[in-house]
Design a protein around this ligand. Sequence first.
Ligand SMILES: NC(=O)C1=CN([C@@H]2O[C@H](COP(=O)(O)OP(=O)(O)OC[C@H]3O[C@@H](n4cnc5c(N)ncnc54)[C@H](OP(=O)(O)O)[C@@H]3O)[C@@H](O)[C@H]2O)C=CC1
Ligand SMILES: CC(C)(CO)C(=O)C(=O)O
Length: 333
Amino acid sequence: MRIGVIGAGAIGGTIAALLDRSGHDVEVTARGEHLAAIRSTGLKLSGGWGTHTAHVAAAETLQRAPELAFVTTKAQDAAAAIREHTALLAGIPVVIVQNGLTGLDEASALLPDSDCVGALALWAASYLSPGSVSVTTPSTTYLGSGDGPPTAATLLVARVLGAVMPCQATDNFTGCQWTKLMVNQINAMPAITGLSAQETLADRHLRLIVTASLREAVRVAISAGVHFGSLQGLTDPILRFVARSPLAVAQVVPLLMKRRMGRTPNPGSTLQSIRRGQPTEIDYLNGAVVDQAARLGIHAPINAALVGLVHRVEHTGEFVTPAEVITTIAPLL
Ligand SMILES: NC(=O)C1=CN([C@@H]2O[C@H](COP(=O)(O)OP(=O)(O)OC[C@H]3O[C@@H](n4cnc5c(N)ncnc54)[C@H](OP(=O)(O)O)[C@@H]3O)[C@@H](O)[C@H]2O)C=CC1
Ligand SMILES: CC(C)(CO)C(=O)C(=O)O
């Protein structure tokens, strides 16, 4: 199948390399040094799903019409990336692999003639260096397109992508986006401190802050009437349990997330943006919780404080010590 991957960074590069390895005709978009490296030595995949060098066609924009496309940019870049490809994407299934709550709706509005499918990656990947990506935690990709039974496009993507990585279609994609937003509560602390997700969750004080921001986010979602979708054993009842538990008990959920990540250090996608001097997605992660709280007329002070600290690191380029994070946020717990 002719497959286009728009924004072949950590996630898109992994998807492109795996689909190339299984025999598809893959074209990717990339820029700068990353594009030069893919063109000269190929797109190199390593880590949990094995090694492969994909000699794929690469340019700043797709050069030919694919039969299936993946948009794998960060949330803040997706609209621009889609607009550059509107004509090529018309009429085909387009998979939006993105964290946050808005990716699928935004793409569907920009591409009224395409069958847009949302994808939530529970696996983790890192951009190591130009031309090189690595899977740090293999796991499942959840697919859907709103609420209700999977569409034909979702089933097609489940078949094509499911041949190279574990995939599951869901009939509560909106609820699953919310559950993924809860999983992404682990992203802010690495971006603030420069530590891996596992290191931040191993630190008792930082873990309690992550637990408190998770609990606050779950409470906001419940107030908004969300029914969480089930992702990898994280279910609506478990998240409701977090909402009503003391932090010392609720921390079992971040601890489980840490265990699932395994031992390979996972910086998370937000710290990776910081390391490359790029804007982060934080306004679409903890920021989405703060926005939803504001719409409900309630406060989400811990999520707001984490957003503020991530923006501070983006602007100064200096990580914040765990001690300062604890001093800043402890009064809010
Ligand atoms: N990394 C991970 O482990 C996970 C990430 N996710 C989510 O997946 C999505 C992708 O994340 P990730 O792969 O980490 O991000 P990356 O930053 O590694 O990759 C995004 C790519 O998009 C490119 N890009 C940016 N703007 C455009 C544009 N206008 N046109 C074409 N390409 C563009 C970037 O290029 P350039 O660098 O030149 O700007 C970059 O190569 C995010 O929503 C993230 O939250 C979900 C689960 C896990
Ligand atoms: C799944 C997880 C938490 C992997 O790190 C992720 O979504 C991210 O890094 O953005």
